[in-house]
Design a protein around this ligand. Sequence first.
Ligand code: TRP
Length: 337
Amino acid sequence: MNKAIVLTGITTTGTPHLGNYVGAIRPAIAASKDANVAPFYFLADYHALIKCQEPEKIRKSSREIAATWLALGLDTSNTVFYRQSDVPEIMELAWMLCCVTAKGLMNRAHAYKSAVAENEQDGEHDPDKGISMGLFSYPILMAADILMFNASKVPVGKDQIQHIEMARDIAGRFNHIYGEHFVLPEAIIEENGATLAGLDGRKMSKSYNNAIPLFESEKKLRKLINKIKTNSLEPGEPKDPNGCTLFSLYQAFASKAETDEIRRRYAEGISWGEMKQILFEYINNHIAPARERYEALMQAPAHIEEELQEGARKARAISVPFIKTLREAVGISRISL
Ligand code: TRP
């Protein structure tokens, strides 16, 4: 049986937080242990350049993300875990795809459109002010990431669905012109993850500055959990778990039975102080062993690099011959004698 190729990228511009863990990392690691799946997970460092021009930040984030995934038990014997920039064939494919992609398609990309809308709102003279070609053509690089390995399933957040549709369009266009080279990918949406709330009750996100870093020290984790916003109901007053940030965080980690028990405690009027204590202990116990492995990996980064090199070797065993076929297909090859 052919295994389903599941591929996803992580842009290397931040430190993994609890929302990333629940929404993307945890399910991806579970899939890495599924013998029916062939996962490809990569650090999207060329994507990072679109949003970040601070080299040290990108380096730090790449290291933290790789260490996080390894510490959480990613099965690298069943997974190709690599850094995008270690597979230069992806960039080469991106150019081939650029040349079959209508500019009009990119004009419709949400990320680009919202940047233009912001300029217009600000009364800017030039609607494209501050928008790089990297941002504009970013869905094409994403298509190259996916099509290089002929992934059929791409787990992403809701904001990325349009990009997977664009990858399908681009693949279809290339196939139409040059023959059937690419599988048309499909987005897989992880429902729970998108709604994990942050410190202020809005979706946990780096850009809202409301995130709880996954491997924060025990002390800081406690501090952040204590900062989570609640309403002013007193101990003893019944409380509604629906829409409660503390409850939704607890639910994201605990079993169904444990969650039901806490629901009962809410009805009984558990105090916010006690709930925060319970939540802290639960999350802390859950992540403590991985946090220890994470710290060890960050102390000995050579091991992280070895894993990434091994991943790049496996990825290039596919990308090198494939790009050769694609070059031939588009008419780029040596002159035959
Ligand atoms: N753009 C994606 C994000 O911001 C990350 C990414 C880059 C990606 N290349 C990809 C995801 C390919 C899936 C497939 O979340």
